[in-house]
Design a protein around this ligand. Structure first.
Ligand SMILES: [Zn+2]
Length: 162
């Protein structure tokens, strides 16, 4: 995607998120113009390569989370840090530092410059889905919910017995 288009898209998204944060979740959902409930396919993936998007969608489908995100955004590192600052989110160093979740808008932000491997993507996305399922910013709540999702991921990766 060309940088100009990307910047516009992202600015619109941030404006929408910032607005949603002050107006409450129900109003944000109305701006989506779709049914309030999301499903395995109705969330948006922004900024990912086609391969990353296919992978993250497949992993989320396997994990069958209790609460789906409304959008998953892959952003460059500088944008990731800036967004965290705008949302006044604490991004702990070395811990889930490659992604965070903005609960009011059900948005998962992934630092695309820190994209390590396909396996770690699923592992940490499980954690973020745990935040959504628990509707909690506490890491222990997220990890508790993530346990079941990680098990489903692991089971799906098991090689055939023969
Ligand atoms: Zn977390």
């Amino acid at each position: 995607m060309k940088l100009g288009i990307w910047t516009t898209l992202f600015s619109l998204t941030v404006a929408q998120l910032a607005w949603g944060q002050t107006s409450g979740n129900s109003k944000l959902v109305n701006t989506e113009g779709t049914a309030p409930e999301t499903s395995a396919t109705s969330y948006t993936v922004i900024g990912a390569t086609p391969k990353q998007e296919a992978l993250v969608r497949a992993q989320i489908q396997v994990m069958q989370p209790d609460v789906y995100p409304l959008r998953v955004l892959f952003v460059p590192h500088w944008k990731y840090m800036e967004t965290a600052r705008i949302f006044r989110l604490h991004v702990p160093a070395g811990y889930t530092s490659a992604m965070f979740t903005h609960l009011p808008s059900r948005s998962v932000f992934i630092d695309s410059d820190r994209y390590v491997s396909d396996d770690s993507l699923g592992y940490w996305v499980a954690h973020e889905l745990g935040h959504l399922a628990a509707n909690s910013t506490r890491e222990s709540d997220a990890d508790k919910a993530a346990g079941g999702y990680r098990k489903r991921l692991k089971d799906a990766h098991k090689p055939d017995a023969h």
